[in-house]
Design a protein around this ligand. Sequence first.
Ligand code: HEM
Length: 398
Amino acid sequence: MAVSPSNLLDQVLDYTNRANPYPIYAKMREHPIQLQDDGRYVVSSYNLVSQLIKDPRMSVDMRKSNEPTIRVEQQEPGFVFQDPPKHDWLRQQVMSKFTPQLISSLRPRLEEIVNELLDAQHGQTQMDIVDNFAYPLPVTAICELLGIPREDEAQFHIWSTMIIKGSNLGRDLEAVKEARQGRELLNNYMGQLIDRIQQQPRPGLLSAMIHDNTVEKQMNRIELVTTATLLLIAGHETTVNLITNSTLTLMRHPAEFERLRRQPAIIPNLIEEVLRYEPPVQFTMRNALTDLTIEGIQIPKGSIIMLMNAAANRDPAHFQDPDRFNPVRPAIEHFGFGGGIHYCVGAPLARLEADIALRALARRLINPRLLQDPPPYRESPTLRGPRHLLVSFERIAD
Ligand code: HEM
């Protein structure tokens, strides 16, 4: 079946649409799989995203794609960009140590961090939720969890920003170059850190992976470096958006914020609703391992296929009243953490951090108001969230 090309993906990537891409996603869903001007395919219905996210003919390994800028960029990627069997093995190395017990043991320390961040705002009547709260929490958490010195944040934040900017889908060649540089710098840093931990074990997940004598085969240095880098970036650049998007959404729905104060028990469900309604990762990229026909549309091997998680999350064929924020919506099956074999490794940690952060905000932030709506957004269309979120408030409760 023929399909006329569209440029809706370009509109999503366009920064001027960052504050509200949802009307574009609604247009995309009119043709749930569609060819773009540039030869990519965009998938946007709940039904199709849910099928393709689990389809073994979809590769995350961009070295296999037919787009040169995307292909050459990757050397030995982190396992989120690797297919089985390598993906499964590396993921298992992490999962065996990143246990539910380990994550729930972090609660007291995370509560301490959150309370310190809010204590620091005593005497103030306005704050930037991003810089003063939603960013420092996940950074501190992932550094302590992995065993990375927190004071190195100023350095690795620059490299991480370069990498994320270049994940701008291979369009902007300058950004692709910058991303490669960022990756080299971060990998170099991580390599040196790993060498130090090799000499001298320390608390944390990195040391546990490096000094694991129980496994048949140990991870080699490159595998350790790319896995550590992946965990570091994925561990904070997304959770910051979850906390900020949650706060923004609550500020836009003051009655719901008030309800949280009275009924903190709804927080876990509210977090799922934010992951559906304002997902921190808006879409993910795949390429076709073979020639495919999907819904009558032919897709040549190597073509890039964009799975638009955020569009699927608002598909009226699956969700009632999808554009309404409803923190007590029942049975929210969203794609906020992806699906299939690449389902987010850090989902339990992200949920825990958001839970602690929102409980504290609901209890301690008295009469908050948004000072700028819409707020300025970060550049990335994929890892989407405000760059700053200025709120005023009466006071910080003890
Ligand atoms: C709110 C916060 C987070 C969101 C929204 C999020 C979202 C996602 C999504 C959508 C994927 C799937 C990517 C794909 O299908 O291509 C993913 C994978 C992944 N996430 Fe997260 N993530 C979050 C937090 C974290 C944290 C805290 C960590 C680590 C501590 C983490 C580590 C990973 C890893 C390692 C993968 C790759 C899994 C695989 O390929 O098997 N994420 N995440």
